[in-house]
Design a protein around this ligand. Structure first.
Ligand code: NAP
Length: 296
């Protein structure tokens, strides 16, 4: 059990997230609730590790016998070069978000793309197979989504990015079904995914008027139409300006909390070998996000 006055004990296993910043990470709340729910004697902590020190952190994981590691900005690419083996997905992406000990080896995994597809399939009953998808953004999250959509059988994956040359690189992950596109491609899509930070919670105020700056959309809202599925990977706030716009135009709006929970659930299974308590994890994520809003 992972509760009671004598816990943690000498046999409690440790998992952690490394990154910078990590002090607002929701991962400790999610994983500790999951460990408690299944009675696993594990504890999960957040460890701030500045840029350039990932090698020391991974060496520390080996020396200390840490049972599982989550990896976030700015270390995902560097950790991919530090582990002993990569899963095929982590290898294609050149980025690791989960490290799993296996015997004497450390295996690098990337659970973001599977988490994205699971959130569509299991939370919303939406199967991306055969869909024409547009992904806005070409960073780490976008690349994971492009690869996962290709594996899930999407018919076409168009990548639209502020820096055009990065769009082509991300689209190439989908092979012949991928191409770089323009914002107007959104109008023809069945599935639209925002994988940029546009729409994240912020409190920017116009200094001249002292009024909050209007919230942003990653593309013009009039490109959306009824029947489309619109996913915003941004999860803070849980209802973003894009999701509000999508609903107003009759599209199906899917927030980013589901991906957050399902990518964590994959890590949980890889570390513990146990089924992840998804409902508990979702409830904790939503509660923690509501708490963040209240404290702002
Ligand atoms: P990243 O690697 O830094 O990539 C950011 C992408 O957004 C780049 O393509 C960048 O374009 C674009 N971008 C940034 N600011 C922009 C702006 N003002 N206007 C237009 N495009 C802009 O970040 P990431 O790790 O992929 O994360 C992207 C978002 O997804 C973040 O909000 C993150 O919180 C969210 N996310 C959610 C989950 C989840 O579980 N729900 C998981 C991972 C990430 P350039 O190439 O031109 O710089």
């Amino acid at each position: 059990m992972n509760a009671g006055p004598s816990w943690p004990t000498a046999s409690t296993r440790l998992a952690a997230v490394i990154g910078d910043p990590v002090r607002h990470s929701l991962s400790p709340a999610l994983h500790n609730a999951a460990f408690r729910a299944v009675g696993a004697d594990w504890v999960y902590v957040a460890l701030p590790v500045p840029a350039g020190r990932a090698a020391e952190a991974v060496a520390g994981m080996r020396a200390l016998g840490v049972g599982g590691l989550s990896v976030t900005m700015p270390h995902k690419s560097e950790v991919a070069r530090l582990v002993d083996r990569l899963s095929p997905t982590a290898e294609r992406l050149g980025a690791v978000n989960t490290v799993v000990p296996s015997g004497h080896e450390l295996v690098g995994e990337n659970t973001d793309g599977d988490g994205f597809v699971d959130s569509l399939r299991f939370d919303r009953g939406i199967d991306p197979a055969g869909m024409r998808a547009v992904v806005i953004g070409a960073g780490g999250a976008a690349r994971a989504v492009v690869l996962a959509l290709a594996a899930a059988g999407a018919a076409q994956i168009v990548v639209v990015n502020r820096t055009a040359e990065r769009a082509g690189e991300a689209a190439a992950l989908a092979g012949e079904r991928g191409r770089a596109g323009i914002v107007d491609d959104v109008a023809e899509a069945d599935l639209v995914v925002n994988a940029t930070p546009v729409g994240m919670e912020r409190t920017v105020v116009d200094l001249a008027t002292a009024q909050p700056v209007p919230e942003e959309l990653p593309f013009p809202g009039d490109l959306l139409s009824p029947g489309q599925v619109v996913v915003d990977l941004v999860y803070h706030p849980t209802i973003t300006p894009l999701l509000r716009e999508a609903r107003a135009r009759g599209a199906v709006a899917v927030g980013g909390v589901g991906m957050l929970v399902h990518q964590a659930a994959h890590a949980f299974r890889l570390w513990t070998g146990e089924e992840a308590p998804l409902e508990v994890m979702s409830a904790v994520a939503l509660e923690a996000l509501a708490g963040l809003r209240r404290s702002e």
